[in-house]
Design a protein around this ligand. Sequence first.
Ligand code: BG6
Length: 507
Amino acid sequence: MKQASHTLTAPAAVIVIFGAAGDLTKRKLLPALFNLASQKLLSSKVAMVGIDRVEMDSEAYRQNLNQEISSFVGKGFDQKLWDANVGRAYYMSGDFRNAESYKQLKEFLLEVDREQEAPGNYLFYLATPPSFFGVIATELGKAGLSQESDGQWRRIIIEKPFGRDLESARELNATLHRSFAEHQIYRIDHYLGKETVQNIMAYRFSNGTVEPIWNHRYIDNVQITVVESLGVEDRASYYEEAGALRDMIVNHLLAVLSVVGMEPPNSFSADAIRDEQIKVLRAIQPFDPQRVLSDAVRGQYGGGRMGKGDDVCAYRDEPGIAEDSPSETFVALKLMIDSWRWAGVPFYLRTGKRMPGRYSEVVIQYKHAPNMMFRGALERRKDIGSNQLVLRIQPNEGISMEFNAKVPGTAFNVSQVRMDFDYDDYFDESNTASGYETLIYDCLCGDATLFKRADNIEVCWELVQPILDVWKALPPRSFPNYASGSWGPEAADELLARDGNDWRVAK
Ligand code: BG6
């Protein structure tokens, strides 16, 4: 099978990771860098500088990495490749709030450039708690580390969460803009780095038969589900502050919606694509308090059994969680988009923890055929079913279409069948990528397509702000309202049942 791929080596640069001792660096960033190196997508002059509070020199840091890296990279780890590359990992201990650390960093980077014969391009990756985002950007600016000159670029990657409400997101954007220009800022949403999310664009815009029926004339509703079986794990203090609306909806689910709902861009350039995404986000009908009550459902998991497996405890019984915690671990929303394409088509979004499995998928529910001519079919219209296109983001990445076929035999019966495309069947690359590979590679290449612009972030917060306000003013009275291992609170089913719809049960 012929694959069109980009295999250009990314330009040389020093990647400076703030929060080098943290979980994200170990679990996602270093394995992603390793995977990029093994695919020969990194220049041999790319170096990495980890910076954190822990006192240690580069040698000790390398030894730590040597011990841990194979377990984090997992499948596909190649010791020889690692040994050949580990010499390009450096470490500097520093205090993110102390201006002195940034002066030292500047000197340190010059040394690394000299040692690696690197051209002086710097990518600053903020893998830190969000309270450091503003201060690190400001101090980098003050130290002159954000200034681009003589063809040397400076870029900054900001992790989520980007703000905790509209006001703080606006403030953070303003703070970043005081030190970095918008073209230097790369706001991560790792969902945009996922293969299947990008494939939605390929599917829509490189196939002549898809777009003509991608609209309100043929589509009844769209469902975007991102659920997982995990609970809060060891992130109690973050999650108590965040909840599912901030953790998942305002970023990942709206990002997926923008890819599904956007108009075809005029080119594949970052701004052409991002302009179309923001247009569809802006067209979502805003929530007023009344609509929050009718079209936004929140839930929190109680105890229960995960499949045939273990009994698990309620969210409120997890370590570090308040016994009367109001944090939601489940959200379902009904959104309407005021555009020519999507008039009258509900977009249902759902995310939750402690669900029966880990499924991320987009379901395009097509309308019924206009005339059911088959004998007796009118009464069985619901059974006959309409076409359903499922874009599976994870697991088992792929696309399937359900349609009706005649059941063999003398009687004329119709039944739903399924046509399936599995990534694994067509593409031989064993895809161990988390999404971070693409995002780091794109940032090194200066391609911002899969990153969020300031306006996108603010529009998403504008949309969810009324929900945050109403939920804060009216603390939940029925939490916990769904059992672990179930599909969430009944109200989430009722949200669709009111429109004569139901959630697709992921298979
Ligand atoms: C993160 C959230 O952004 O995304 C987590 O903070 C969630 O709560 C995770 O588990 C889901 O990502 P993925 O790639 O595992 O679907």
